[in-house]
Write a protein that binds this ligand. Structure first.
Ligand code: PGA
Length: 254
C-alpha cells in the first residue's frame, strides 16, 4: 500500500517563534480533524528543526524533513548541513532536488544521486523532486527531462533502497506561480513516472512508491488533484505557511 503523504515545504520563511506557532496550530487542527489517516511531513528551515521536533514527539504520522542536505558525509564544507545531522535531530525525510536547488544552486542529477545515497545511508526517506520548465513542456521535451531526472539520480539504486524514496512531481512553471497543472496533466505525468519505474524495477515496486504532486496546491484544488489514481499526496509550498489552509489540504487527501 502506498503511503499518503502531504508535506509542507516552508522554504526560507518563518522566524523561530512563528514556526513554533505554526506547528502548534497544525497539531491542534490535525488532531481534531485528521487523526492519523495521512502522513504529514513538515520541512521547516534547518535551524528550527531541533526545537520543533519535540512538539510532534509521540505523533506517529507527523514527521520532520530537511529541505536539503549535503552530498558529503562531513568535513570542511562551510554552510552545509549533513544527512547525519538531520537524522540526529529527528528528521525521517529530506527533500532532494527541489527545482529551486537545481536552478539557483546548479544542482545536477549526478550531484543529487549522491545526496540520495547519503540520505538513504542515514535512514531518511528522500523526497526526490522532478519537474520540467514551461519551455521544456512547450518543446515537447517534458518526458525526456523527467526520465533523465529519474534515471540519473535514482536508477543506480537497488530495488530495496528505491522502495524508501518518495517522488514529487513538481512542474517548475507551477511552483509559486498560482498556475497549477490540471489534474489530467498531473495524472498523466504521475502515470508516466510509475511506468518508467515499472519498466526498470517491475510493477510491484512501481505500485508501492508514493508520488506526490507539487506546484500551487491550494485547499480549493487539492481534492481534484488527490483524487487522481497515481497521485499519492502533495508537496506544498506557499499554502503550507498557514495552518488552516495546510490542514484543509491534508484533509483533501483523506
Ligand atoms: P508552491 O511550492 O506550493 O508554493 O507552488 C511548491 C514547492 O515548491 O514545493
Amino acid at each position: 500500500m502506498r503511503k499518503k503523504i502531504v508535506a509542507g515545504n516552508w522554504k526560507m520563511n518563518k522566524t523561530f517563534d512563528e514556526g513554533v506557532q505554526l506547528v502548534k496550530e497544525i497539531i491542534e487542527l490535525y488532531t481534531l480533524e485528521v487523526k492519523n489517516q495521512v502522513y504529514v511531513v513538515l520541512a521547516p528551515p534547518f535551524i528550527h528543526l531541533y526545537k520543533l521536533q519535540p512538539l510532534i514527539f509521540g505523533m506517529p504520522m507527523l514527521e520532520m524533513a530537511g529541505q536539503n542536505c549535503s552530498n558529503m558525509p562531513n568535513g570542511a564544507y562551510t554552510g552545509e548541513i549533513s544527512a547525519s545531522m538531520l537524522k540526529s535531530v529527528g528528521c525521517d525525510y529530506v527533500i532532494i532536488g527541489h527545482s529551486e536547488r537545481r536552478l539557483y544552486f546548479n544542482e545536477t542529477n549526478d550531484w543529487l544521486a549522491k545526496k540520495i545515497d547519503i540520505a538513504l545511508a542515514n535512514l531518511m526517506q528522500p523526497i526526490y523532486c522532478v519537474g520540467e520548465t514551461l519551455e521544456e513542456r512547450n518543446n515537447g521535451k517534458l518526458y525526456q527531462i523527467i526520465e533523465a531526472q529519474l534515471s540519473e539520480a535514482l536508477f543506480h539504486l537497488p530495488e530495496e533502497q528505491l522502495r524508501h524514496v518518495v517522488i514529487a512531481y513538481e512542474p517548475v512553471w507551477a511552483i509559486g506561480t498560482g498556475l497549477t497543472a490540471t489534474s489530467a496533466q498531473a495524472q498523466e505525468m504521475h502515470a508516466f513516472i510509475r511506468k518508467i519505474i515499472a519498466d526498470k524495477y517491475g510493477n510491484d515496486l512501481a505500485e508501492n512508491i508514493s508520488i506526490l504532486y507539487g506546484g500551487s496546491v491550494k485547499p480549493d484544488n487539492a481534492r481534484e488533484l488527490f483524487e487522481q489514481p497515481d497521485i499519492d499526496g502533495g508537496l506544498i509550498g506557499g499554502a503550507a505557511l498557514q495552518a488552516r489552509g495546510f490542514v484543509d489540504i491534508v484533509k483533501a487527501m483523506k
